[in-house]
Design a protein around this ligand. Structure first.
Ligand code: GTP
Ligand code: MG
Length: 158
């Protein structure tokens, strides 16, 4: 039996960085629906949606950023093709982000970093934990700035 290649993209990052807004903006612009499981504005298990890009189905999962949902992040990050790490540029790289980057690096998983909330915190993101040549995409998830382009950069790495 032959199976079609499945691309699974997971959105990671600290609480409140904009992960759910990223998946909504990405998929709503493509007229696709997103399933969100949230409580009081925070993701409690996952966001999910899919779309077809260049003839290939792409499944996108948003993860919960709160520490207590570590088990859920671990479930969602199995067999992933690539990741988007969403950092709130008004906060910078957090301890959780550092752990995420270390996990992605050790698994040789392609990823891009969305340097989000450029509208309130414009500028570059600097951290000793970001490897040289990591694609850093300036984004404003609420307006969509950088989002589509950032996904395309990632898909080219996958
Ligand atoms: N100003 C601004 N606000 C943003 C941006 N992206 C997201 N937000 C806001 O940040 C808050 C958190 O956004 P979410 O998308 O729910 O963040 P999240 O990373 O999914 O949060 P958790 O699920 O709790 O981890 C919301 O009020 C968003 O409207 C942005 O680019 N600029
Ligand atoms: Mg969320």
């Amino acid at each position: 039996m032959t199976r079609k290649k499945v691309t699974k993209i997971v959105i990671l990052g600290s609480a409140d960085s904009g992960k759910t807004t990223v998946i909504e903006t990405l998929l709503n612009r493509r007229e696709e629906k997103v399933t969100k499981i949230e409580c009081n504005g925070t993701t409690v298990s996952l966001d999910y949606g899919n779309t077809v890009i260049n003839g290939e189905k792409v499944h996108i999962f948003g993860t919960p950023g709160q520490e207590r949902f570590k088990f859920m992040r671990e479930i969602l990050t199995t067999n992933l093709s690539g990741a988007i790490v969403v950092v709130d540029n008004s906060v910078g790289v957090t301890d959780m982000d550092i752990r995420i980057l270390e996990t992605l690096n050790s698994g040789n998983i392609p990823y891009v970093i969305f340097v989000n909330k450029q509208d309130i915190a414009p500028g570059d993101l600097e951290s000793e934990y970001i490897k040289p040549h990591t694609p850093l995409i300036p984004t404003t998830a609420t307006t969509g700035e950088g989002i589509q382009e950032g996904l395309e950069v990632l898909l080219n790495l996958v």
